[in-house]
Design a protein around this ligand. Structure first.
Ligand SMILES: NC(=O)c1ccc[n+]([C@@H]2O[C@H](COP(=O)([O-])OP(=O)(O)OC[C@H]3O[C@@H](n4cnc5c(N)ncnc54)[C@H](O)[C@@H]3O)[C@@H](O)[C@H]2O)c1
Ligand SMILES: *[C@@H]1O[C@H](CO)[C@@H](O)[C@H](O)[C@H]1NC(C)=O
Ligand SMILES: *[C@@H]1O[C@H](CO)[C@@H](O)[C@H](O)[C@H]1NC(C)=O
Length: 333
């Protein structure tokens, strides 16, 4: 048996964590022969709830789960981490202004970034889920100068999976027959779900999504709107935000970081932008198409971008620039 790896989940008493922890402890993310120690961080008032989660994890009787450490202390939670999944963040409360919400989240991710810097392994892989995920991720990365910025990413895989599933059901094929959709930009309603490079495998023959769907109006219209608005639609129906599907997307994202992506396939994740790649401003966490090998991602290069796509990629970038500038002003304050 390999040495156990140490995996942190924050917001561990919340609803996404409740759907996520079993999969991690069962080996669905880091491998069926990789033991794990689970570090579970939440805020002090949630510690009694967290104790219940710990009991349930024990009651699952999972052979790979070596230890579970519930805590409200960053110096305990971030110690010697191999992977960190930052789910907890400040939720929007009634009457709270956008600016105050952002300020509260900057404080959380500055502190957690500094804790990563101080206590975690330098090779730690950090996935930020708590919203605003892109900007929280950027703040955490900036607050952990001794860890490479490339080791920070944010979750847009749920949007990616939503897009795959919409195309698959339209084509009448299983979801895994749809590959290479792209989510560009922010994890918000300005994200751009792009199917210009998407392919669909119909009974063994791989074709462009546009040729299989044969409905450009749908692909350029209500498909995009459905994916962009899906989070809001789930909240409206469930009175709670997506949790089962978010947990599944977290598993997909982390498994790809750990194990790599399949040959010829790319996935979407929010990563640090530099070098003006695809004309995206530098110093943002922006969702790009990436391939992953040896725990290192690479943005898929030389995809052709038409005017339709360009305008949407720029709009979501502009939103992130504005949010970054507001957030970094709080960082230095
Ligand atoms: N990026 C995505 O695709 C995506 C998808 C769904 C949800 N989300 C976001 O994920 C976050 C969690 O969602 P949820 O449904 O599990 O929420 P939840 O309210 O059920 O749970 C959040 C938990 O985080 C804890 N928490 C708050 N501040 C913390 C801190 N500083 N340190 C540690 N824990 C802290 C809370 O006490 C709570 O237990 C939200 O921000 C949500 O918007 C992101
Ligand atoms: C970017 O997306 C996040 C969701 O992750 C959202 O909370 C935030 O408001 C968006 N940014 C802007 C500037 O709209
Ligand atoms: C994380 O950083 C290490 C160097 O410490 C690097 O080798 C690795 O490729 C990075 N991981 C990712 C996901 O980019």
């Amino acid at each position: 048996m390999a040495e156990p790896i140490r995996v942190l989940v924050t917001g561990a008493a919340g609803q996404i964590a409740y759907s996520l922890l079993y999969s991690i402890a069962n080996g669905d993310v880091f491998g069926k022969d990789q033991p794990v120690v689970l570090m579970l961080l939440d805020i002090p008032p949630m510690l009694p709830v967290l104790d219940g989660v710990v009991m349930e994890l024990q009651d699952c009787a999972l052979p790979l789960l070596k230890e579970v450490i519930p805590t409200d202390q960053e110096e305990v939670a971030f110690k010697d981490l191999d992977a960190a999944i930052l789910v907890g963040s400040m939720p929007r409360k009634d009457g709270m202004e956008r600016k105050d919400l952002l300020k509260a989240n900057v404080a959380i991710f500055k502190s957690q970034g500094a804790a990563l810097d101080k206590y975690a392994k330098k090779t730690v892989k950090v996935l930020v889920v708590g919203n605003p995920a892109n900007t929280n991720c950027l703040i955490a990365a900036k607050s952990a100068p001794s860890i490479p910025k490339e080791n920070f990413s944010c979750l847009t895989r749920l949007d990616h999976n939503r897009a795959c599933s919409q195309v698959a059901s339209r084509c009448g094929v299983p979801a895994d027959k749809v590959k290479n959709v792209i989510i560009w930009g922010n994890h918000s309603s300005t994200q751009y779900p792009d199917v210009h490079h998407c392919v669909v495998n119909v009974q063994g023959s791989v074709k462009p999504a546009f040729d299989v769907v044969k409905d450009d109006d749908w692909l350029k219209g209500s498909f995009i709107a459905t994916v962009q608005q899906r989070g809001a639609a789930v909240i409206k129906a469930r009175k709670l935000s997506s949790a089962m599907s978010a947990a599944k997307a977290i598993c997909d994202h982390m498994r790809n970081i750990w194990m790599g992506t399949a040959e010829g396939e790319f996935i979407s994740m929010g990563v640090y932008s530099s070098g003006n790649t695809y004309g995206v401003p530098d110093d943002l966490i922006y969702s790009f198409p990436v391939t992953i090998k040896d725990k290192t991602w690479k943005i898929v290069d030389a995809l052709t971008i038409n005017d339709f796509s360009r305008a949407r990629m720029d709009a979501t970038a502009a939103e992130l620039v504005e949010e970054r500038d507001a957030a970094t002003s709080f960082l230095s304050a």
